[in-house]
Design a protein around this ligand. Structure first.
Ligand SMILES: [Zn+2]
Length: 148
């Protein structure tokens, strides 16, 4: 299990927590390098320090839950029927792609993603949010984190 598989899987747990705390919908970008990650979301304001703490706590409680990280290879049309556009991010998947790898953490996150993931959330380790940056002109919120 390489560190980047853990850091990448953390993006999905972080996104689920950000949806619950901030009501965000769209992911605009992701970045992973070693134990550092950054999730960029479409969001129209700077989160409060309390919201950031809440997101971090929610992520770590989901990690401690050791929730299953289910990955299913599906027909794109079937995935859309089941999950709607929740499987998509702001960066589009070409229409020529008719099968998708769907990541599902029940009641938390669903996303078309062809990267490798840990089988459960506990293997991610602990996540610390190191920085948030709101780019007002672009309407984007960047959440940077480290995993231990
Ligand atoms: Zn993924």
């Amino acid at each position: 299990m390489t560190i980047e598989i853990r850091t990448h899987t953390a993006l999905h747990v972080l996104k689920g927590a950000a949806v619950k705390v901030l009501g965000v919908r769209w992911t605009a970008g992701v970045h992973v390098k070693g134990s550092h990650g950054r999730l960029t979301l479409q969001f129209d304001r700077k989160p409060t320090p309390e919201e950031v703490v809440q997101i971090e706590e929610l992520v770590n409680s989901k990690i401690l839950d050791d929730a299953p990280v289910e990955v299913t290879d599906m027909e794109r049309r079937a995935a859309e029927e089941l999950y709607g556009d929740a499987i998509y991010d702001l960066f589009p998947i070409p229409s020529s792609i008719t099968r998708l790898s769907i990541l599902h953490i029940p009641d938390w996150n669903v996303n078309a993603c062809n990267k490798q993931h840990t089988p459960t959330t506990a293997e991610i380790g602990r996540l610390t949010i190191t920085k948030t940056r709101h780019r007002a002109t672009k309407g984007l919120l960047e959440i940077s984190y480290d995993i231990q």
